[in-house]
Design a protein around this ligand. Structure first.
Ligand code: FMN
Length: 311
């Protein structure tokens, strides 16, 4: 099998496992966050403005379709539906990694490039790349030379304050924290593994990573735009993420399942998420996403303890 065919068939495996098996692990921390209710919101729920600025563009909503799939003919229709939803609701769709940069940008007329970092997944997948040396230099070069904004994205283990400062120092324009508590690559690779040693390794790392809410509170100390991804499951979670400092709230699994069903199911899911977001904005007295950024939140439990231990 060529490298390209192997990647393509791995992507298809991932998609099928994600659609059919329980692949979430842990707690992203959103249950520990409660937005402070405003009993006198003094705004009109039907005139809530969800428009959001991100990397110089105006999007209709902070809902972001997180990177998914690609590379196999069977994933084409799912990607088409996701692209149509992104177009219809003016929300953003993003793709792939560094090796695709030039080609991908030309092919899809992209407005930014996301470089994903996924050490945990590489460590436990059979065809994983175990050498992460030189990534920082490569990132610096890309940020220096690439004409479009560069986003650095984790894929389920989160980003700490220290790493966020290094990423920003390398010149990245935005960070997608890809925190722990949603889709778990340890779980996906454990399900894919033929080799029982790798399956056990996946099992051992099921609870590895920085929960999304904790990572968000760490990364915001480094400044710059943030996408909060990993375990967001409703418009309320998006509202919480924005109140805690994210520009956008990304979702993969909650949109993948309806996208595999039909375009109507996907549009209905996006509309449900928007409704929840609008109600949460209304109940915090936030007319705009800018107001929502100033909404207060109580943080309790393990999430609070971890944030208190942040550097
Ligand atoms: C089927 C599927 C494919 C994915 N493919 C990629 C990918 O190619 N690159 C990437 O950075 N993240 C990828 N992700 C990770 C998502 O972008 C996201 O970070 C992660 O799923 C957490 O969000 P969730 O809990 O809402 O699913 C994929 C997720 C899913 C479900």
């Amino acid at each position: 099998m060529t490298r390209e065919t192997a990647t393509s068939s791995r992507k298809r495996d991932h998609l099928l496992i994600c659609a059919e098996k329980p692949i979430e692990a842990g707690d992203a921390g959103f249950e520990d966050v409660r937005l402070v209710h405003n009993a006198l919101p003094e705004c009109n729920m039907d005139a809530i403005e969800t428009k959001t600025q991100f990397l110089g563009r105006t999007l209709n909503s902070p809902l972001f379709i997180a990177a998914m799939t690609g590379g196999h003919p069977d994933t084409l229709e799912v990607n088409r539906r996701l692209a149509r939803a992104a177009d219809r609701y003016n929300i953003q769709l993003r793709d792939h990694g560094i090796e695709w940069a030039e080609r991908a940008v030309e092919m899809i007329d992209a407005q930014a490039i996301a470089i994903h970092v996924n050490s945990l997944q590489e460590a436990i997948q059979p065809e994983g790349d175990h050498n992460a040396e030189g990534c920082l230099d490569a990132l610096r070069n890309l940020c220096d030379e690439f004409p479009l904004p560069v986003i650095v994205k984790e894929t389920g283990s989160g980003i700490s304050a220290g790493t966020a400062r290094i990423i920003r120092g390398a010149g990245a324009d935005a960070i997608d924290i890809g925190g722990y508590g949603g889709t778990s690559w340890a779980k996906i690779e454990r399900l894919r593994a033929d080799d029982s040693g790798l399956a056990d390794l996946g099992e051992a790392f099921l609870s590895w990573g920085i929960p999304t809410v904790v990572s968000l509170c760490e990364v915001r100390t480094a400044g710059g735009p943030i996408i909060a991804t990993g375990g967001l499951r409703s418009g309320i979670d998006i509202a919480k993420a924005v109140a805690l400092g994210a520009s956008l709230g990304g979702m993969a699994l909650p949109l993948l399942k309806p996208a595999m069903e039909s375009e109507d199911a996907l549009f209905a899911a996006v509309e449900r998420i928007h409704r929840e977001l609008c109600v949460a904005m209304f109940l915090t007295g936030s007319r705009t996403t800018r107001d929502l950024r100033h909404a207060r939140a109580y943080i309790t439990g393990l999430t609070r303890q971890m944030i208190e231990n942040s550097d």
